[in-house]
Write a protein that binds this ligand. Structure first.
Ligand SMILES: Cc1cc2nc3c(=O)[nH]c(=O)nc-3n(C[C@H](O)[C@H](O)[C@H](O)COP(=O)(O)OP(=O)(O)OC[C@H]3O[C@@H](n4cnc5c(N)ncnc54)[C@H](O)[C@@H]3O)c2cc1C
Length: 402
């Protein structure tokens, strides 16, 4: 193993929405910060899996007009995205969402990191193990050059999968395979110039015809298309059962993930080719890009000093030590048949206590993003990127001051 190559105040593991927010915030508080990401860009699911809408940025309201729920890093990202895409918040019933473009998200993340001299960014580096001596964590980083060790006084686990819990034997929970939120495969299509509601409805009808006639596999019914906001560019999202049977879905198993991706590509390619040959609207359409990875909504969740519950979210409970508000309704996707939303009473936002970011029984460690301490139901609300920015910011602040 190569010798220790650095000593940091804070190491953030994972550069998704939560890790980006945590690293930038920790550095702005004066902490020498290492941000570690195994892919070649930041953004996590919002870039590598092509998830293209920021949810949870705004308060849930009957009145029109989007109001940022967690000013600070979330507001900053929203403003930068609106400037980059020229598209503002979109109203969907009581919800406001911000369409985001993964291409812009990657670049915005680069700009944010470049502006922080106290951040050292390590891309193409996977944390492969962690241990602790008297006053620091030792992190084993696997890269092209081999394994390196770096030291940090505080760690933020923003890996989405709570990998630090697995390395340390910390307490975590994971839902049974049949109730885990289903995965999805999102891909880019060079498609119709305009994909309005009427065209989307027509496309859904075409897919039903294709499946009924036996031309398309049944999974094709799980595809929805949405315009990216750029002329002729569309994102397709294919909801998947997770394996040959729902019980066989394991979001932490490499073989399962690989099979999902191969299957996602096969179905998407068949559908787009079929649409191009069967509809004037889709004539000439082709798949323009694949994601780096399949989209995973839920895997391990840390067990922290407090576990936020579905009952807390439904009641819009508030806490003395809350560090952010979660405003997205609980969005259940336990089947590949589309979402079921459960809204909180009177549009209330739920507070997220700082204790959800602190693993039970382990010091010098904070958690951020979709793997903070919640039950399965509350995770269905807090996993959205708007909320991940906010828990990331709070974890970065706590880590810098710890
Ligand atoms: C199909 C799908 C649709 C969704 N739709 C929406 C939506 O419309 N709006 C919305 O707001 N949210 C949506 N979500 C949820 C949201 O995208 C995620 O929950 C959120 O992005 C999670 O952010 P995170 O930072 O916690 O984790 P991630 O985005 O998963 O980031 C974790 C990062 O850690 C890195 N990492 C992991 N392990 C290691 C390691 N050992 N070493 C180094 N790096 C590591 C990963 O490569 C990754 O970049 C959707 C999710 C999916 C899957």
């Amino acid at each position: 193993m190569k010798p220790v190559s650095g000593r940091f105040d804070v190491a953030v593991i994972g550069g998704g929405s939560a890790g980006l927010a945590a690293a930038v915030t920790a550095a702005r508080q004066g902490a020498r910060t290492l941000l570690i990401e195994r892919h070649g860009c930041l953004g996590g699911m919002g870039t590598a899996a092509l998830v293209h809408t920021f949810c949870g940025l705004y308060l849930l309201r009957d009145e029109a007009g989007a109001v940022i729920a967690n000013p600070g890093f979330s507001g900053e990202i929203a403003a930068r995205m609106i400037e980059a895409t020229g598209i503002g918040p979109v109203r969907m019933g009581r919800l406001d969402v911000l369409p985001q473009h993964p291409v812009e998200f990657v670049r915005i993340a680069d700009d944010l990191i470049a502006a922080e001299p106290l951040i050292e960014l390590r891309l193409h580096s996977e944390v492969a193990g962690i241990s602790r001596d008297a006053d620091a964590w030792e992190i084993h980083l696997l890269g092209r050059e081999g394994v390196r060790r770096v030291c940090a006084r505080i760690i933020v686990d923003a890996s989405g999968d709570a990998v630090v819990a697995a390395f340390l034997g910390g307490d975590f929970a994971i839902s049974p395979p049949v109730s885990l939120q289903r995965p999805a495969y999102v891909f880019g299509v060079r498609g119709p110039c305009v994909l309005d509601d009427e065209a989307r409805l027509k496309t859904a009808g075409l897919l039903v015809d294709g499946v009924r006639s036996g031309d398309l596999p049944p999974d094709s019914m799980g595809i929805t298309f949405r315009s990216s906001g750029r002329a002729g560019e569309v994102f397709g999202s294919l909801d998947l059962a997770g394996g040959p049977t729902t019980a066989g879905f394991d979001p932490l198993d490499a073989a399962c993930l690989g099979a999902l991706e191969t299957h996602g590509r096969a179905v998407a390619a068949k559908v787009v080719r079929w649409l191009a040959g069967h509809s004037e609207l889709w004539r000439g359409a082709y798949i323009s890009h694949w994601p780096v990875r399949a989209g995973i909504r839920e895997s391990r969740r840390w067990i922290g000093q407090y576990t936020l519950t579905g009952a807390d979210v439904a009641a819009g409970r508030r806490f003395e030590d809350e560090i952010a508000l979660a405003t997205w309704p609980m969005e259940f996707r336990e089947t590949a048949k589309g979402p079921k939303l459960r809204f909180p009473a009177e549009n209330r936002a739920v507070g997220i206590p700082q204790r959800c970011l602190v693993p039970a029984g382990i010091d010098h460690l904070f958690v951020a993003g979709r793997c903070i301490s919640t039950d399965h139901e509350a995770q269905a609300s807090i996993r959205v990127m708007g909320t991940c920015f906010a828990t990331g910011e709070a974890a970065g602040r706590a880590a810098a001051s710890a």
